[in-house]
Ligand binder design. Structure first.
Ligand SMILES: [Zn+2]
Ligand SMILES: [Zn+2]
Length: 362
């Protein structure tokens, strides 16, 4: 089968590898569509630790073609969206509703749950990103990392629920639990940030302020109706502008979808006293932000999220239904499509901010 292999920094190419077979508890998925996400980029650029060679890709969706022994939940023909979250169901975090913190999930090892690799080329092992490796014709995925979705759901749209889109929507709907009538700030109008705006809209926020330094991105957020107000931070003091727009209070909820020290400081600084700030993004693994401790004296809640804090098998079908009811504008979010052979172009476009959300259609 064909798979995009990353062998070194900046080095990714589509090659033929051995077609894998699912083992116990695993399913084999024919990938129909896979999103490109910043984590793929960060590994390709060497900003996150990873074994190589590795097949990247962690926003896959497709159709089950084979199930391994002991698989209970899926049969061939099921339409599925993968996820970066897949709780064991036994550890203290899974048992208390925090699957994103599952103690059995080990990222960046390139291995499957049993500690072995599943992919190979002429018998030589190749690693898999996040138990998925969906930059490939077929993925082998533990059933806990996949969610069955409606057969009618367009897989190129809903594949984003595997990571980026769920991260933004979940940050607003689940982690922050935005309340109706509230004010929201989103710093960063890329795919994750715009998804946070969509989640805030679903929850009934009435003022949604988008901040970015890319004029085209904030213009798009305004045109599509995702944001009610936009601030171009290249020539404006974003915190002062947010206070102006909120009667001098600051926003009820702020989201940093970028993850640099500067954007985190804007998000925390623009949160009203007693408000909630969620740091979603992580520009790279080494970023530190300095926080004035006076924010805490003002009862601000500052937290973060992994993957939007969703429980995939519960929330992904709900998100699909919201999309099908016209309440999540995934059609507007997806503004770039690529063939599998264009994967390097897709990652380069993401790196240079040339699209909001890009998907490879296999
Ligand atoms: Zn667990
Ligand atoms: Zn991702």
């Amino acid at each position: 089968m064909r798979a995009a292999i990353c062998r070194g920094i900046g080095d990714i190419s589509v090659e033929d590898i051995d077609e894998p077979t699912p083992r116990a508890g695993e399913i084999k998925i024919k990938i129909a569509a896979v999103g490109v996400c910043h984590t793929d980029l960060s590994i390709l650029a060497g900003h996150l630790p990873s074994p190589r060679p590795i097949v990247l890709g962690h926003e896959g969706a497709g159709v089950v073609v084979e199930v391994g022994p002991d698989v209970r939940e899926f049969v061939a023909g099921d339409h599925v969206v993968c996820s970066i979250i897949g709780g064991c169901g036994r550890c203290r975090f899974c048992l208390t509703g925090e699957q994103p913190l599952c103690e059995e999930t080990q990222f960046f090892t390139g291995k499957m749950l049993d500690g072995t690799t599943r992919l190979s080329q002429d018998g030589a092992p190749i690693h898999s990103l996040h138990y998925q490796a969906s930059f490939a014709e077929y993925s082998i995925v533990p059933e806990r990392f996949a969610t069955k979705v409606d057969d009618e759901a367009p897989l190129d749209k809903v594949c984003g629920f595997a990571c980026g889109v769920s991260t933004g929507i979940g940050a607003a709907m689940i982690r922050a639990n935005v309340t109706p009538g509230s004010s929201v700030l989103v710093v960063g109008a890329g795919g994750v940030g715009c998804s946070a705006m969509l989640g805030a809209r679903v929850k009934g926020a009435t003022q949604i302020i988008a901040v970015d330094i890319a004029a085209n991105k904030i213009a798009r957020a305004k045109e599509r109706g995702w944001a009610t107000h936009v601030i171009d931070a290249t020539d404006t003091d974003a915190i002062a502008a947010v206070f102006d727009l909120t009667g001098g209070h600051g926003v009820d909820y702020a989201f940093d979808a970028v993850g640099t020290s500067a954007t985190a400081e804007v998000a925390i600084g623009a949160t009203r006293q007693g408000g909630t700030c969620v740091i979603i993004g992580r520009a790279d693994a080494t970023v530190n932000a300095s926080i004035a401790t006076t924010h805490f004296l003002r009862h601000k809640w500052v937290t973060g999220t992994f993957g939007g804090s969703i429980t995939p098998k519960v929330h992904i079908p709900q998100f699909v239904e919201l999309y099908q009811q016209g309440r999540l504008d995934l059609d507007g979010l997806l503004d770039a499509r690529y063939s599998f052979d264009q994967i390097a172009t897709a990652l380069d476009d993401l790196h240079h901010g040339r699209m909001t959300r890009g998907v490879i259609v296999m």
